[in-house]
Design a protein around this ligand. Structure first.
Ligand code: AMP
Ligand code: ZN
Length: 437
């Protein structure tokens, strides 16, 4: 087991009551900043909150209405911007976007804080400046790539910003630069292992010690498999773009749940049906409030991710509570090879195409370690001609239109009118076969 390293010793081991007091103080400032935005001014005033001083106790905090992804879209583009636009240095957006993206804005101070939290997260797994960090996450609008990149640099690791894909090159870089830590989705690491074998690399070609895995749900078995195949430790990292992505909750060397950095985030677990808060240890939907983000405060954000706080203290000595690995979502969002996809996005695209009828089916399967998305559509009878080229063209057009919106290229199957099953009652449009496999 790695030596326990604290980057922010005092904060990371602050007793819970003091941590709560720190949250309370920061929350006041956050509410003050939020009240300056058009969105929250209205939202909070409607709930009877006119002044940050109205929020003193936990009961006051619970008067703050939840914020949802829908709200972020409604407030697009600047309805939640709290800083002067000239002070914003970065924007990011969620990987799952229908038309209007969910965007967050960061000032330089926000970015510095995010980098520090990511550095803390890397340190908490035992990484140091002597490590070589290869970042296989997508760079760009998605927070997963850039945020952990900044954190790894902040810790002093040598960063290889390889980005996602191009597996042979990834392996060559890992070999040439003696990479010790990689950051990737768990499904990509499983895929990379197959390529490693095919290409004839040997375990002694590499110096890998750790993997940071996140951006998609995975089981303990998947973690163990990755650890066994590569002979390394794999650490779960959870984040979402609305909350700055990674550096939010990270596993320590004990790998038994992710410490939520409670000096910067307030975490709650609620019942997604009744919306009532649950107590420590109960499983429900995670709700997060980000503190001190000057560019864009978000209060009580419904993540839709299902988890629980692990009530027992962690042997590492950190007081920040641990979140159990995510067990699912309270909405219908699918995560396909790390990319968020809502069935409604797919529906919107296909319903705009006059050649397609009303019935469609979305199928998600495992293809080796990766996910495969297939969209089956019924075309109108006039489209079914003898000319297969017409059908091929239509198929490609559907594929491209879908790719433009969901950012992955699904397989598309065309069916004759009436060929797809019609459900009795509520239509079943999504068949996710990954859970059974
Ligand atoms: P994005 O906003 O594109 O970064 O996507 C965030 C979503 O990805 C989260 O709300 C989760 O549903 C999912 N996610 C991220 N990290 C993990 C993880 N470690 N385990 C399970 N799901 C994750
Ligand atoms: Zn710990």
């Amino acid at each position: 087991m790695e030596k326990i390293v604290f980057r922010h010793q005092e904060i990371e081991t602050l007793p819970l009551p003091q941590l709560k007091e720190l949250q309370r103080q920061k929350l006041q400032k956050t509410v003050e900043a939020a009240l300056k935005t058009p969105f929250y001014k209205k939202r909070l005033n409607d709930a009877g909150i006119r002044d940050a001083r109205d929020i003193q106790t936990e009961a006051d905090f619970r008067k703050i209405p939840y914020t949802t992804k829908h709200d972020l879209r409604e407030a697009f583009p600047y309805g939640m911007l709290a800083a002067d636009k000239a002070d914003v240095v970065r924007m990011h957006a969620s990987s799952g976007t229908t038309g209007v993206p969910t965007v967050v804005y960061l000032t330089q101070a926000d970015l510095d804080k995010a980098a520090e939290l990511n550095a803390r997260s890397c340190a908490c797994t035992g990484s140091t400046k002597n490590d070589v960090f290869q970042n296989m996450m997508t760079y760009g609008l998605f927070t997963g790539g850039l945020m952990l990149h900044y954190g790894a640099e902040r810790l002093g690791m040598m960063v290889i910003p390889s980005g996602s894909g191009n597996t042979k090159r990834q392996l060559q870089l890992m070999k040439d630069f003696r990479t010790t830590v990689v950051h990737a989705t768990p499904s990509y690491l499983l895929h990379m292992y197959d390529v490693m074998k095919e290409e004839g690399f040997r375990p002694e070609d590499f110096a890998l010690k750790k993997a940071y895995i996140g951006a998609e749900p995975h089981s303990e078995d998947i973690r163990k498999k990755i650890e066994m195949l590569y002979g390394i430790d794999a650490y779960n990292s959870y984040g979402l773009s609305e909350m700055n992505g990674p550096g939010l909750a990270f596993e320590c060397v004990y790998k038994n749940g992710m410490h939520l950095w409670e000096d910067y985030y307030i975490g709650e677990i609620i019942n997604p049906e009744t919306l009532q808060p649950l107590s420590d240890g109960e499983r429900g939907e995670l709700v997060l409030t980000i503190l001190e983000r000057n560019g864009m405060p978000i209060l009580r954000y419904r993540t839709r991710d299902l988890t629980r706080f692990i009530p027992e203290p962690c042997p590492c000595g950190r007081t920040h509570r641990r979140l159990e690995r995510m067990t699912g979502r309270s909405d219908d969002m699918l995560i396909i090879n790390g990319v968020n996809v809502f069935p409604s996005q797919i529906e919107e695209v296909i319903m705009k195409m006059p050649e397609i009828g009303n019935n469609y089916l979305i199928r998600v399967q495992k293809q080796g370690p990766l996910d495969k998305l297939t969209v089956k559509v019924e075309v109108t009878s006039s489209v079914f001609t003898d000319d297969t080229r017409d059908l091929e063209n239509l198929q490609k057009r559907i594929q491209s239109n879908l790719q433009a919106v969901v950012f992955i290229r699904p397989a598309v199957e065309l069916h004759e009118p009436g060929a797809l099953p019609v459900s009795q009652g509520k239509a079943v449009r999504v068949i996710d076969e990954r859970k059974e496999s």
